[in-house]
Every structure is written in C-alpha cells, then in structure tokens.
Design a protein around this ligand. Structure first.
Ligand code: NOJ
Length: 538
C-alpha cells in the first residue's frame, strides 16, 4: 500500500539516483565496452543497493569524439551499446524492479556527423544553415570574436567551403545548435517526447546553462581572477556565452513537455554559484525539478565551509524548489581520491543524510578511486587538448569492479580503460557480505533513508559545531535524527549540543550501532554517526 510519504512526495524527491556511465558499467558482449544488456544483467544489483533511479550517460549513435556527448542521432541507440529493442527491454526490466530510468539529453550541441550539421555546412543557403551558429570571419580573417571552447582553443572553427566560422562551446566536433531558431526548439522538444513515449522517467540535461549565446556576439571580458595553470577557458568570464536570460524560457518549454506526462523529472547540469543556480527552478517552480547542486564536488573538504554552504543553499532553495546533492560524476575526480578511503565513508554519510535528492556515481559505493592512465591509453579529448593540467576525465571513468575474476568481471575482452590496481580486493563480490565495507555502509544508508521519512523528506536544522565537525538534525513528524560527521582525521567531540540523549542508529564504524549517547558525543577521526534522539516527551 502507498504510504503517506509516497502520496505526498514524488519519487524523485524521496528517492536516490545512481549514475551509470554505460561504457564502463558492464560489458555483455566482450568488446571491452559496457552496453545495455550489461546494465540489464546488473539491475538486480542496482535494486539490491537500494537506489530508486538510474541515470545513464549518452547511449545514442555518436562518433565518440566526446564519448557520447557528441550525438549523431537523438532518437536511436548506438550499436556499441545495443539496439532500441535492448533499450525497451532495459526500461521494462528496470520498471519491473521499481527502478526509474533517466536519460541524458544533450541539447547544446550535436556531433559534426549529425545529419542536421552535415546539411547545414553544405552551403550558406542550406536549409538547416541557421540550425547552427555561423558567422563571417573578423575583418582580419580570424574568428568572429574571442569566445573560447571549454575544452581549449577558440570556440570558432573555420569552414573553408563556405568561408564562415561555426561556434562550438566544446570540441570542434560538437557544433552548437542555434536555439534561437524555433525549428531547432521544436525538433529538440520532439526528441524529449520520443523517449517519454518509450517510458523514460526523465532527463539529465547536459550543460543547460550554455544553450543560449549573445545575439550581438559581444566579446567575453577577461577574468581578473584567472590563475596560471587553470584552463584557458577560465581566462575569460563567460558573460555572453552562458546563463543568458533567454535560457529560462526554453527550460520552461522543456518542463511543459514533461508535465504532459506522469511524474517525470527534469534535471539540469548547471555549474553556477548558488544564487544563479536556483533561478533554474523557474518562476513558481516551472523550470527544472533539480538543478544539479555540485557544491560537494567543488568545495575544499572543510567542515566549516561545507556547513556554511549547506545553510546558504538551504536559504536559497525556496519552498517551490527541492534540494539535491551530488558527490561525484564522470567529469570530476572520484570522492575516494579527493578525500581518501576512510573519509569517503563520512562523505557518503553526508550525501545520504542531507535534505534533497542524492546522486551517487557508479563505483563510489564500493570506494572506487581514480585510476592513473598511462599516456598511450588516454582517451579523453580534454586531456589531449590541454595536457598536463590534470583535466583528463579517464581516471574516474574506469570499469566497474564486480569481482576478483578477469577484468574484475567487467568484460571478457580488453576493457577500453584500464582497471584499478586494487580491483581484486576492492569489488562488489568482496564487499557485499563484509559488514565493515563501504558497500555495506552505502546500502545501510540507502535503506535507512527509505525507512526514515526524517532523512528522505524531513526538515534540516544545522547544529553548531567547531573544528572538523559537521552536525545537523533531520526531523519529520516529531522524529529527530542527529547526524554528526568528523571531516578530519583526529578525534573530536561535540559538547553539550542541548539536543538531549539518544542512541546510535548507524555509524561508519559498525560496532557503534545501538550505543547510548549523552551530552558529549565523541568521534574518532574519519567517523560519522546518525543518532536517533529521544522525543521531547520520552
Ligand atoms: C558535460 C558532460 O558531463 C561532459 O562529459 C561533456 O564533455 C560536456 N558536457 C560536453 O557535452
């Protein structure tokens, strides 16, 4: 029977999302690249883990210049990953296990091999010329203005055949669509409907804040805070290429498409400061449901900083919006490498006890770390374009570690990226029955989040704490859970919180479960605990 929580909160508010990078999750046909049948084979695991939805990075036909974020056909499946029939089977198998399926939607740019662009570049008079952003050269023959590509170099690529430049915010193989053209808007909104009609439960929208550019093509101003060693893209402020007011109208159109269906979710990939980020919820909540909140990925791992950030975020997300938190993804170093394996346990407790929908990156639940990639195996075009800056994203995209067998059970062929050196020790099979493992902790946290409305949908109250401690209470209908996390490596104590006595419900150290807690809460280094507080009357 449906609970009150289920009736009151849609699945994407009370649930957790698990990101699958399809090339690296499970290879069913031995070509060294993960695929849809592989994902289907592992759905029992995903269900067992206790998440509610999977978000799959792009699976469309693509020349793979940017590993699927260069889409050559929005309404088909890349043969590397399988077929549309496989996809339908995946949706059915996921739904059969109570799991939702979220697809990646890449609206800012297509692949240069997309038939739209192939036609667009044939002539200035081409029917789809205006589907992309074409400009005449500057008087000296150079690019029309100073806009740069996120991945290095100019954002403009010269096309000799028509003597014009086209704009690409990412690789030159990823020409930007012209969203000012109503025909582009309508074709792309139809793409959403295509997948929604096939049963998809929502979309994560790639670089949503990029999709409109200045119609006067003004130069971006210099960034006075740019430091040597940072990517060259950062040397300019992207004032005229991102976060333009026009984007909100099209976000509203995307949302209207979803609203014609039952409980679908629209998630925006948006890297912006919180004041700008929250504008993507839209007026009266008519924008995206979840503008991805990457603060836990971007901030230094400092308790005071994170506490202040949570408070600011909580203040900015209005009642019409729903918060969310992300700890890792396919573009950023893994949490276990950023903070170390012991602290990664605390980090996942933070992610899964904060107010708002959590997104877990595949492999983080078993504590996977970044894998150093030898130069000859580098795939990521960003690393190739701007070597030596540490921008490469291959290290966090290595194959999932399933067991101690060949290639960690990922593939019978040669995996497209190398496996971690510790895959034989650090894998699902080894961790699933170990009460002290990261996997067990994640699973317990996910189960607790499901069982405790205070965690899934309850309120958030910061608790003052000093040093490396971070503390807060989550509450719902009189039930109060106190979370205390030690973000440092040394012992610390939370003194006289004034919250009363309680009992440890779940801890990063399994032996603490059930321990009674009084006025002073002592934590060893890299430790986190969740305490059920006695009710005010009891
Ligand atoms: C963001 C995606 O997450 C990233 O992987 C990709 O390279 C860029 N968008 C360009 O699509």
């Amino acid at each position: 029977m449906e609970s009150t929580i289920e009736r009151t909160y849609p699945w994407w508010q009370r649930g957790s999302i698990y990101q699958i990078y399809p090339r690296s999750f499970m290879d069913s046909n031995g070509d060294g690249i993960g695929d849809l049948r592989g994902i289907i084979d592992k759905l029992d695991y995903v269900q067992w883990l206790g998440v509610d939805a999977i978000w799959i990075s792009p699976i469309y036909p693509s020349p793979m210049a940017d590993f699927g974020y260069d889409v050559a056909d929005y309404t088909a499946i890349n043969s590397l990953f399988g077929t549309l029939d496989d996809f339908d089977a995946l949706v059915a198998a996921a739904h059969g296990r109570g799991l939702k399926v979220i697809l990646d939607f890449v609206p800012n740019h297509t692949s240069e091999e997309h038939p739209w662009f192939v036609e667009s570049r044939t002539a200035r008079a081409a029917a789809k010329r205006d589907w992309y952003i074409w400009r005449d050269p500057a008087p000296d023959g150079g690019p029309p203005n100073n806009w740069r590509s996120v991945f290095g170099g100019s954002g403009w690529e010269y096309d000799a055949a028509t003597n014009q430049y086209y704009y690409h915010a990412f690789l030159k193989q990823q020409p930007d669509l012209n969203w000012r053209n109503p025909a582009v808007q309508s074709a792309m909104l139809d793409v959403l409907r295509f997948w929604l009609d096939r049963g998809v439960d929502g979309f994560r929208v790639d670089v949503l804040w990029h999709i409109f550019k200045d119609d006067q093509f003004r130069d971006n101003p210099p960034n006075p805070n740019h430091r040597p060693g940072e990517s060259l893209y950062e040397a300019l402020l992207p004032d005229y290429t991102t976060d333009l007011p026009e984007v909100h109208q099209i976000v509203g159109s995307m949302r209207s498409v979803l609203d014609a269906y039952d409980e679908r979710v629209l998630i925006g990939e948006i890297y912006l400061p919180v004041e700008q980020l929250v504008t993507y919820y839209g007026v009266n909540g008519a924008g995206v449901h979840l503008p991805f909140n990457f603060q836990l990925i971007l901030l230094p791992w400092d308790a005071q900083l994170i506490a202040a950030t949570i408070t600011t975020y909580e203040e900015h997300v209005s009642a019409a919006g729903w918060p969310n938190w992300v700890l890792g993804n396919h573009d950023k170093p893994r949490i276990a490498s950023r903070v170390g394996p012991a602290q990664a346990r605390v980090a996942v407790m933070l992610l899964l006890t904060l107010r708002g929908t959590p997104t877990i990156y595949y492999g983080d639940e078993i504590g996977m770390h970044d894998v150093p990639i030898p130069p000859e195996l580098i795939h990521d075009p960003w690393e190739r374009n701007e070597p030596g800056l540490g921008l490469g994203r291959d290290p966090e995209r290595t194959p999932m570690q399933w067991d101690a067998g060949r290639n960690a059970g990922f593939s019978t062929g040669t995996p497209w990226l190398p496996l971690a050196e510790d895959a034989a020790q650090n894998n699902v099979a080894r961790e699933r029955d170990d009460p002290a493992s990261m996997l067990t902790l994640c699973r317990q946290l996910l189960a607790l989040r499901r069982a405790e409305p205070a965690l899934a949908v309850g309120g958030y109250q910061a608790v003052p704490a000093s040093g490396d401690l971070l503390a807060y209470v989550r509450s719902h209908a009189g039930r109060r859970l106190l979370v205390v996390l030690n973000l440092g490596a040394h012992q610390q104590a939370l003194e006289h919180s004034g919250l009363g006595a309680g009992r440890v419900l779940l801890a990063t150290r399994p032996d603490r479960a059930g321990e009674p807690i009084g006025d002073r809460i002592a934590l060893s280094g890299d430790e986190g605990i969740i305490i059920e507080l006695q009710s005010a009357t009891g």
